[in-house]
Design a protein around this ligand. Structure first.
Ligand SMILES: CSC[C@H]1O[C@H](OP(=O)(O)O)[C@H](O)[C@@H]1O
Ligand SMILES: Nc1ncnc2[nH]cnc12
Length: 290
């Protein structure tokens, strides 16, 4: 099977360069329009698809990011895996601004966001015990280290609703829960990637210490942008290195991400809603197609 690597760029990452045959493409989905057009092309002979999560110019607030359309569009374009890049606040002293964290767990405190492709007329329950792909995450770690980044392998991300930053009491609470970093977008993105049977790796750049650290002022956007700008090359170097590490051919995922729906569907075939099934053509076509 041919590989296509999807990349979702977070705050400060609105494009990638160096693609052969680069083209911004509009992709329509049954879940509405994605955050922006998607930049496709080849890097070191591997098909790529890049989508800026907030849109070019940072148009979408965390709550208005069309997460379902974004994941559907990447799947529809033939992506086999998604690397999500995010800016995060650190909830621990040893995760410093400029460091990279390859996340492996999430606590979801968002509210009111559409968090599933499934629902009435086609119910499914996928496992989220391990919400990221260990194999893809290991490749991201390797690519980051090759570029000289300081990398923390594993970390728990507190997904907050925002758009305001946390209160000090919230920040302290999340630290007491054992969370390592905080951001506003990894959920429901990670849930939806799993439902769409995409390998998902979440790579976070630490930009600040949120507001719990006595030795640092409370986070503001200027601080986040300054750290993102100073370290702009880090995520880009990782993306440039990944095609060489992964190669153009894709084998079955050793973690089973590409088979997440094998035992997830609950609704009896004769009770399924044809309209919902039609919307699921890309994300669940493997298990629903007649
Ligand atoms: C600009 S600070 C807050 C903003 O940055 C993060 O975005 P992303 O996860 O897309 O990199 C955070 O989640 C907020 O959306
Ligand atoms: N402290 C913080 N809280 C939430 N999202 C962030 N993104 C970057 N820093 C953040």
């Amino acid at each position: 099977m041919q590989r296509r690597i999807g990349v979702i760029g977070g705050s400060g990452v609105y494009q990638i360069s160096g693609l052969d045959g680069a083209q911004w493409r509009r992709v329509d989905t049954p879940w509405g329009a994605p955050s922006d057009e998607i930049l496709t092309g080849r890097l070191a002979g591997v098909e790529m698809a890049f989508l800026p999560r907030h849109g070019r110019g940072h148009v979408h607030s965390p709550a208005s990011v069309p997460f379902r359309a974004n994941i559907d569009a990447l799947k529809r374009l033939g992506c086999t895996e998604v690397i999500a890049v995010s800016a995060v606040g650190s909830l621990r002293a040893d995760f410093r601004p400029g460091d990279m964290v390859v996340l492996d767990q999430f606590i979801d405190r968002t509210s009111g966001r559409a968090g599933s492709f499934f629902g009435t007329g086609c119910v499914a329950h996928v496992s989220l015990a391990d919400p990221t792909c260990a194999a893809l995450s290991a490749a991201c770690t390797q690519a980051l280290r090759a570029g000289g980044a300081t990398v923390h392998e594993g970390g728990t991300y507190l997904a907050m609703e925002g758009p305001q930053f946390s209160t000090r009491a919230e920040s302290r609470l999340y630290r007491s829960w054992g969370c390592d970093v905080i951001g506003m977008t990894a959920m429901p993105e990670a849930r939806l990637a799993r439902e769409a049977e995409l390998c998902y790796a979440s790579v976070a750049m630490v930009t600040d210490y949120d507001c719990w650290h006595d030795g640092h002022g409370a986070v503001d956007v200027a601080q986040v942008i300054a750290v993102l700008t100073a370290n702009a090359g880090t995520a880009k170097a990782m993306i440039a290195a990944l095609p060489g590490l992964l190669g153009p051919a894709r084998a079955p995922c050793p973690c089973g991400c590409d088979r997440a729906l094998d035992h997830a569907l609950m609704t009896a075939p004769e009770r399924r809603d044809p309209a919902l099934l039609a919307r699921l053509d890309a994300v669940a076509g493997r298990v629903l197609a007649p």
